[in-house]
Design a protein around this ligand. Sequence first.
Ligand code: BES
Ligand code: MN
Ligand code: ZN
Length: 492
Amino acid sequence: MQYLATTTAPATLETDCIVVAVFEHSELSSSASTLNKLSDGNISRIITRGDITGKPGQTLLLQDVQGITSPRVLLVGCGKKGETSENNYISAITAMATVLSASAIRHATSCLAEIDVQSRPLVWKVRQTAISTEAVLYKYTQTKSDVKPQDFPLESICFFDESNATQAALSGQAISNGMTLARELSNLPGNICTPSYLAQQAIELSNRFDAVTTTVLDEAEMADLGMGSLLSVSRGSREPAKLITMSYKGAGDARPVVLVGKGLTFDAGGISLKPSQAMDEMKYDMCGAASVFGTISAIAELNLPINVVGVVPSSENLPDGDANKPGDVVTSMAGQTIEILNTDAEGRLILCDALTYSARFEPEVVIDIATLTGAIIVALGSQASGLMANNQQLADQLLQAGNDSYDRVWQLPIWDDYQQQLDSNFADIANIGGKEAGSVTAACFLSRFTKDFNWAHLDIAGTAWKGGKAKGATGRPVPLLVQFLLNHIAHK
Ligand code: BES
Ligand code: MN
Ligand code: ZN
């Protein structure tokens, strides 16, 4: 899919379909009103018949409207004029994309970005359109044998705006491409998407973009670095662990933002085996890693003036004769010993060594992204990702980026008071903190390894994929991370 921009007014546009907004009480948007005049009131007459009342997400596809240069006009309901909420807008553009993809339309021009959505700027409306359209169009095919090409695939959406939406369209394009990459990696099954496969994909990324370089450490190299915690997880698997580093250089020798993505390509729980129900979904335990891939792809596509290092510790977590056992004590790269009371709390075991490793990049900030706890789903559902940080300024920037991108986060505390839950009788720290505040104690565990830098943790277990009938990865939090980096550059 291509996202483009035009300043050509709807009156003279020649495209397969022009998309315009209509509101409740038969009110028209500015472009709808232009088309209405050109067609001698045709659009108003159709609305008066009541086939579309302007409710958010309603659509009506008109053919051969007299006086209009394009063969089709798609009317999209956007609610009460002046009161379109963000969610109304997302319903409207999702409905638009659904109609466009189900028709023979290949190229459409959308005038929906002209309407007021709270006080959202043009760029927000354009990016949301790209994100929502991609969510409608995305179809997983990688391991299906009956894939038929679509007869009339939608090829482009052009944004009409007098002030020229080219930059906005480019960013929407890059973000949605990044989300698609994240979805593709995430949806792949664990027998294909192994740690070695992820490493290969990281090399592909560096082949695609000159500004990206990839290095991959194998288990022997990790052992030399003393990553006893990370390696204890992969001991139970026949797939060797990888530590993948993708470095994007767009700003000389500026200190980088380091993104650390949890890359468990399958998490069975290990000896603390998970229940079998929905265990297939634990192939998604690498969605943090996938979001790092997607973000690096987006910023490389946009040539952003920033340095970003993506660090992906990748392993499987399986039961085995050589796997971690409850009660085992391992030594992390930082030298702290860890008592593994539950082998299913493996994310923090691989992340702690990756976080320690991150210090060598002299980061400005480090953000880890992880499907870390089931408890965050209980707390926040699938709307917001959990945010925890050792620096409030960084937390505020992520909250802001969440609000700006509408890929939202909600902060939880990591007060010292929680740290005692991680006390161990046999090591410096235990890997679980009991049944209270599971997401917080998981972050508290990580905080023991991030004292030397500004750090934030995103728990995306509830937001990175959908279960049930529409099971599949969401591509989150790529929009959040790209927005954070864009804001970071703007405030320099
Ligand atoms: N990958 C899981 C977290 C998870 C669970 C994500 C369910 C999505 C859905 C993680 O490795 C895990 O197993 N966490 C445990 C921690 C517990 C043993 C302290 C959990 O949340 O149950
Ligand atoms: Mn686990
Ligand atoms: Zn896990």
